[in-house]
Design a protein around this ligand. Structure first.
Ligand SMILES: [Zn+2]
Length: 56
């Protein structure tokens, strides 16, 4: 499992700001709340597809 960058729970989202960080739901919401622009990707989509498609 991927651990949240802000706590010890499982990360469900990847949040891209200056850098890419994994976050649980709560910390993902906190991250987008504190920022004008962020990009969020769900990690479970990555897990289910499991295809190698470039360097994203
Ligand atoms: Zn968290």
């Amino acid at each position: 499992m991927i651990q949240c960058a802000g706590c010890e729970r499982e990360a469900l989202y990847e949040v891209y700001k200056d850098i890419k960080q994994p976050h649980c739901l709560e910390h993902m919401l906190e991250a987008i709340d504190c920022s004008e622009f962020v990009y969020v990707r769900r990690l479970d989509e990555l897990a289910t597809k499991s295809q190698d498609r470039g360097e994203g």
